[in-house]
Design a protein around this ligand. Structure first.
Ligand code: ZN
Length: 286
């Protein structure tokens, strides 16, 4: 065979071999494997192929592309668990109050759920965090609020006086509420809104689950959702603190500014805007 024809045939064979071997591309996720060169060992194999062709061998074996290594670090992966159980609930009464406004006393069947963002791998036991741990923690925290009147002790509009037997609340519009002390839960919050309850519960759940332990397991973020009713949820999301701190300063998450309240706030179903005219007194079982 003339040399030029032989050369053309070698060229076609080489192209065919390169197509079969996947030359020019990369194996999925094989960008930093160190058992082959930067070109995936292709250069070496091409040289071998050329030697084979020179020796008159025509049988060509294409290299089988390597599958992605399952143990490799996958930067696109992320584990997350979401826990929402029937036991994550509490019934409580409250009213929201801020300058110029307060709601009428009313109650909710609150529900709570928790979302934990893990790392790119689960623990050696296969868990981000055992559901059982989360269930126990949230259930315990919810029980602590069940069937109480929620007292926002940091309120800027309520005058709150506590004794051994009662809690007296004087509102901005001059109403007096007197509750049995044992029927109240005194909370370090400014308003008893779902949002601030979510922050408060975040701290309580964090204490139960142990921030340091969660960090060790690769859990980086937790979100706590408090629902006042169907389709009425507030979520507080925050990084798991590295220092292992527990409760959060809820007031630090409340703006001090004078952003006006939306006009619709005074028209909500449970709202009863009161004027500072005639005061009234409400006593509950004291
Ligand atoms: Zn309410």
């Amino acid at each position: 065979m003339p040399e030029h024809a032989k050369s053309a045939r070698h060229g076609r064979k080489l192209e065919e071999w390169k197509r079969n071997a996947g030359i020019g591309g990369q194996y999925p996720g094989d960008d930093d494997d160190d058992d082959v060169g930067e070109d995936g060992g292709i250069k070496e194999e091409v040289e071998q192929f050329m030697d084979q062709m020179s020796a008159g061998q025509t049988q060509i074996t294409a290299r089988t592309p390597k599958p992605p290594n399952a143990n490799r670090h996958d930067p696109t992966a992320q584990f997350e668990i979401y826990v929402s159980k029937d036991t994550f609930k509490f019934n409580a009464s409250h009213f929201v109050a801020f300058p110029g406004f307060r709601e009428r006393l009313h109650g909710h069947n609150y529900r709570v759920s928790v979302r934990l963002v893990g790392s790119r791998k689960v623990g050696g036991d296969g868990y981000v965090l055992d559901f059982g741990c989360v269930k126990e923690a949230v259930k315990t925290v919810c029980m602590g609020l069940n069937e109480y009147f929620l007292v926002p002790m940091l309120s800027d509009v309520l005058a709150i006086t506590c004794s051994d037997v009662s809690v007296t609340i004087v509102t901005e519009d001059g109403c007096n509420f007197v509750f049995p002390r044992e029927d109240c839960i005194l909370l370090p919050i400014v308003h008893s809104t779902a949002e601030e309850l979510a922050v408060y519960l975040y701290g309580k759940i964090l204490s139960q689950l142990d921030a340091k332990y969660m960090r060790q397991r690769g859990v980086t973020e937790m979100a706590v959702t408090v629902s006042e009713g169907a389709g009425q949820d507030a979520t507080f999301r925050r990084e798991i603190p590295k220092t292992g701190e527990g409760s959060l300063d809820v007031a630090a998450y409340v703006s001090k500014g004078t952003i006006p309240v939306m006009p619709c706030a005074t028209d909500t179903e449970s709202a009863g805007k009161r004027q500072k005219t005639s005061g009234s007194e409400m006593t509950f079982g004291v």
